[in-house]
Design a protein around this ligand. Structure first.
Ligand SMILES: Nc1ncnc2c1ncn2[C@@H]1O[C@H](COP(=O)(O)OP(=O)(O)OP(=O)(O)O)[C@@H](O)[C@H]1O
Length: 247
């Protein structure tokens, strides 16, 4: 059987393997895959004004868990994820992310831009982990958005990454694909036991698949905890907001 099509697509995003991030100097607890202390991120506008985007954010994400980053539009979720991915540099504060880490974009078409055809066995295993091993013959462009996202996740898993950084993967997906992608991430984590995933979303219903979440508002981390306490916190916040506007 010719497995080359998806294998190439999946392998094409595999960067060199990096060693596990050193904990020396930062003093982080090895039980945490991500640790952020007093992180600030600002941009300077064309008029020279400093715009604070992230304000004094501190958080810890336990290893091996599926953790969501939730909050209203524009609260800073994607900016935080990009800093964790190393795509943006913090203005101040400390950031530790266990390595190797891998970033999967909101639009999976951004993921397929290199062209390697190696690491076949790891790719096959990773495609199996995300339920895509029946699609090996299919060109990527014929896959649905959700299937492409699962292949993108398989690419990150094949890289043997310890931390998966996932930016609003389900935004463009229908409900079936949305659930399929979350379940693929969850089962990959459960199978590996040591991969941690950070999942940025604005969909509260996705929280039921998570172990925990960070809730942000206006550039700040408001709460970080297990999924049930975060869900109750957000519901209470929404109820109090509704009460205020109806008063
Ligand atoms: N380079 C920049 N220049 C100016 N403002 C920026 C820049 N980057 C981010 N912002 C602003 O920072 C805020 C946070 O943006 P970010 O994309 O992180 O939010 P988000 O919570 O992911 O939003 P959404 O849920 O809508 O995707 C937004 O108000 C955004 O407009």
């Amino acid at each position: 059987m010719n497995h080359s099509v998806l294998i190439r697509a999946c392998a094409s995003q595999i960067p060199p393997i990096h060693p596990i991030g050193s904990l020396k100097g930062f003093g982080v607890n090895e039980n945490f895959a991500v640790e952020v202390r007093n992180l600030n991120y600002s941009v300077v506008s064309r008029k020279g004004t400093t715009l604070p985007i992230l304000k004094d954010c501190s958080l810890r994400i336990p290893s091996g868990k599926l953790w969501m980053i939730l909050g209203p539009n524009g609260c800073g979720k994607s900016t935080l994820l990009k800093i964790l991915a190393g795509l943006l540099s913090p203005t101040s504060g400390e950031v530790y992310v266990k390595k190797p880490k891998s970033f999967v974009f909101q639009n999976p078409d951004h993921q397929f831009n290199l062209n390697h055809d190696e690491v076949k066995s790891r790719v096959l295993k990773a495609l199996d982990a995300v339920g895509m091993s029946n699609y090996l013959e299919r060109p990527v462009q014929t896959l649905s958005g959700g299937q492409k996202q699962r292949v993108a996740i398989a690419g990150a898993l094949a890289e043997a990454c310890k931390v998966l950084l996932l930016d609003e993967l389900t935004t463009f997906l229908d409900e079936d694909d949305q659930i399929g992608v979350i379940k693929a991430v969850k089962s990959s984590l459960d199978n590996s036991g040591e991969v941690t995933a950070l999942w940025v979303t604005h969909r509260l219903e996705e929280l039921e698949y998570a172990d925990g979440a960070v809730y942000m508002e206006n550039g700040r981390v408001v709460k970080n905890g297990d999924a049930i306490s975060i869900l109750n916190f957000i519901k209470a916040r929404q109820a109090s907001y509704c009460k205020q506007i109806n008063a």
